[in-house]
Design a protein around this ligand. Structure first.
Ligand SMILES: NC(=O)c1ccc[n+]([C@@H]2O[C@H](COP(=O)([O-])OP(=O)(O)OC[C@H]3O[C@@H](n4cnc5c(N)ncnc54)[C@H](O)[C@@H]3O)[C@@H](O)[C@H]2O)c1
Length: 361
């Protein structure tokens, strides 16, 4: 069977994820939905725009295309930057029939998406993800947001794009550390939802690290498929979708306690996944050997299982404030075996403390 070039997200507003397509072909692809002359605002960051904007713009000659860039920092995912971009959208003549395109990683996608959700009460939005994390994770599922001093992604919306346009070649310029952030999410997808993907990662780890064409593409396609399946079953995170938080309750607490310095998101997710494995093993869900395989997989991609410099009591306290908690109970996602995970609301503080102690050195 030929590899499909498109995966459909089934939701209230379904949308396609186009795979292995070229940036320069997007404009022509949109001919059936965009009238000639439509205003298109591409939101990006300087380095990404320098690398890829021209390729994208070459295909948009029939439209009135504008570029708005903002500095390359997570802190820019803010209301202040949203206001600046709003002014640029007005100056570009973007009207209700316009289109906002996010050309970049998750920061660009979240911010541009929130702009699209709010500008004139909503204009069309399209994601062109250029990091591995954005391709396998953040561009899929319709979550858009900005940060607030009181919390990360505190202001947000479910605002699905009209499409996701995934050009794998944009990853050629992505530094290894950023690749690792995406690999952490891919291992997570495999652990929570696709044992076949996990075996693929084990079998082709070297090819993946070497970014070998066919293997690389297959890994991304299969990782995307896990996320698509889950968000299609539960668009608004009423149930199933919470499974995607595997490793994240621990990881977010760690990132936050460390002040988002000295640890990448991928490292946080990796350590968090290991911590969740420890609890799952103690509860008798996960076999010793499965836990070892998960830890090995993360290690092969250079992702850590341990960290120093944080205090388990402080981390526990941070987990109490997690916005994903429900009815005062901590919601923790635990792997049941490789390929399946479940939500748990009965992890005691002692169990969480012990799990932290396993990963803290
Ligand atoms: N909406 C969601 O469902 C969701 C899910 C997960 C994460 N997120 C959000 O995603 C953000 C993290 O996204 P990210 O990991 O993509 O980080 P990012 O957007 O900060 O990008 C990482 C770095 O890579 C650079 N970059 C991007 N593409 C490049 C390329 N092709 N070549 C060279 N450099 C490139 C960026 O400029 C940046 O410096 C966070 O804000 C997080 O909250 C959102």
């Amino acid at each position: 069977m030929a590899t499909p070039k498109k995966i459909e997200v089934i939701a209230a507003h379904p949308y396609p994820i186009w795979l292995d397509v070229g940036l320069e072909d997007l404009g022509q692809h949109l001919e059936s939905v965009l009238r000639p002359g439509t205003s298109v605002l591409v939101v990006s960051q300087p380095q990404i725009a320098e690398l890829y904007y021209q390729r994208l713009a070459d295909g948009f000659k029939a439209y009135s295309i504008h570029l708005a860039v903002f500095p390359n920092r997570e802190e820019e995912k803010s209301l202040a930057r949203l206001q600046e971009l709003t002014a640029e959208a007005v100056a570009a003549g973007l009207d209700r029939d316009g289109l906002i395109v996010a050309l970049g990683g998750g920061v660009v996608g979240d911010l541009a998406g929130f702009l699209a959700a709010t500008y004139m009460r909503g204009v069309r939005f399209l994601q062109v993800p250029t990091t591995l994390l954005a391709q396998v994770d953040s561009s899929i599922g319709g979550k858009v947001a900005v940060n607030h001093p009181a919390g990360k992604n505190l202001l947000g919306a479910f605002y699905p794009p009209i499409a996701v346009w995934t050009d794998f070649t944009t990853l050629d310029t992505l530094p290894w550390e950023e690749i690792q952030n995406g690999l952490a999410e891919t291992v997570k997808h495999a652990v929570l939802g696709d044992v076949g993907l996990f075996e693929f990662l084990e079998e082709h780890a070297e090819g993946i690290k070497g970014r070998e064409g066919g293997i690389w593409r297959e890994m991304i396609r299969r990782s995307i498929a896990v996320k698509v399946r889950i968000v299609s079953e539960d668009e608004k995170e009423k149930g199933q979708r919470a499974l995607l938080n595997l490793g994240h309750s621990f990881g977010h607490a760690l990132e936050s306690v460390l002040g988002y310095t000295g640890i990448t998101h991928g490292q946080g997710v990796s350590i968090g996944t290991v911590a969740a494995c420890h609890i799952a093993q103690r509860k008798g869900y996960l076999k010793n050997q499965e836990m070892q395989r998960i830890q090995n997989m993360l290690q092969v991609f250079g992702l850590p299982a341990h960290i120093s410099g944080a205090d388990s009591e402080e981390l526990l306290l941070k987990m109490q404030a997690d916005k994903k908690n429900k009815e005062g109970k901590k919601v923790i996602i635990l792997p049941v075996n490789i390929g399946r995970a479940a939500e748990s609301r009965d992890c005691s503080d002692d169990e969480l403390r012990e799990a932290w102690q396993e990963v803290l050195v």
